[in-house]
Write a protein that binds this ligand. Sequence first.
Ligand SMILES: Cc1cc2nc3c(=O)[nH]c(=O)nc-3n(C[C@H](O)[C@H](O)[C@H](O)COP(=O)(O)OP(=O)(O)OC[C@H]3O[C@@H](n4cnc5c(N)ncnc54)[C@H](O)[C@@H]3O)c2cc1C
Length: 366
Amino acid sequence: MNHPPNRPDHDLDRRDAPRPDAIPPVVVAGGGIVGTAVAFALQGSVPVLLVEEGDFPGLAETREAVGILKAVLGHPVLDDYARATWDFALAQHHHPRSPVRLTFAGLDGRPGRAAFLDPLLLLDAMLLLARRAGLQLRTRTRVVEPVLDGGRVTGVRLERVGDGPGTASRRGSGGSHGSHRTAPETAGATGTGKIIAASALVLAPGPRPDSLAMPGLPGGFAGRFVRVKDVVIPFLLPPGTEPEPEVYTRRSLIWRFATGMQPRTLLAAARLEGDWAPPSFDQVVALVEDLVHRFGLPGEAQLDRTRLLVDLRGPGGLPFAGPVAPLGGAEGIFVAAGMGLEGLSLALGVGRQVAAAVMHYLRAHR
Ligand SMILES: Cc1cc2nc3c(=O)[nH]c(=O)nc-3n(C[C@H](O)[C@H](O)[C@H](O)COP(=O)(O)OP(=O)(O)OC[C@H]3O[C@@H](n4cnc5c(N)ncnc54)[C@H](O)[C@@H]3O)c2cc1C
């Protein structure tokens, strides 16, 4: 019988890890599936504080995901990342006390290489296990900036996010949530908010370029991520059509999903680059015509149920998962962003990659 891991399941070598009680926490900014996976992969080796500005982890882009998990993505690095998440989800699926259940699907005609699942249950599973291992979680709190000393992270500035009077917390635009308001906690040296000690900062902000423009990151770093819009258009298939759960992909251009989650509905997703303004009705109609033409889609597009989400595509079309210092930023800042439409599939692999980089840094600077 498969058991879900009862502690963070990763390959870090704990023998050389700094003594957990000897260092301030690693602060992970962003409690989406990616930040949660980073916290999950780190927890048990070092103290970790997961900071989420929303009411609870997972309520931003992760909640919007269709829920497709792929065992392979067709790229050597991404396949490694995907395998980590797939194995974790599979272990959860087989565990009688885990609510995570997979609906297995074919991927590009090959059976058993993809599955549908509830993204929030996947996140909850990681969060629960990490919390059991000691993860601290702070919600309705925003990481505003790192505190640097000698070009290295020694703390982070936090601001509470509340409903009371305050300053709008968003710097920049394009986030997928509504606007929160901030209330200062304690006046710090150079601004409002509260400063806490931190041994490293991991930014996992999802589609939030403003968080990637913080002090301490290399100039122009946020500009390495391309803004993209993902338009998901459901097609209602003709009566009597009950397709097997199946996922079809066309990397970087157009994906089409036939999902078993909602019978007779086929989801087509198209990715557009450019600004973050919603596409006009005419643009969506043109997209539908293009999809129908390319793939010969049956059924009718349900334009009133079309969803648009914004995201960041990482440098070279790949996620960024690691330290920023080699690019000229401060030591001790790490970024996990640019997952595109594959963040669920990539999350745990990316989490482990970043956790390994953080542990390497902490060992080197003990
Ligand atoms: C329509 C659509 C369908 C998709 N379907 C799939 C799918 O089927 N399969 C798949 O693998 N992927 C899918 N994706 C992609 C997937 O949803 C994302 O890649 C993934 O959710 C990104 O997770 P994240 O943790 O990076 O971002 P998010 O879930 O957005 O989490 C980031 C979090 O960081 C918080 N935050 C940001 N800045 C700060 C800060 N400074 N301080 C504190 N908190 C902060 C935000 O509040 C947010 O909660 C889909 C995407 C879209 C748009």
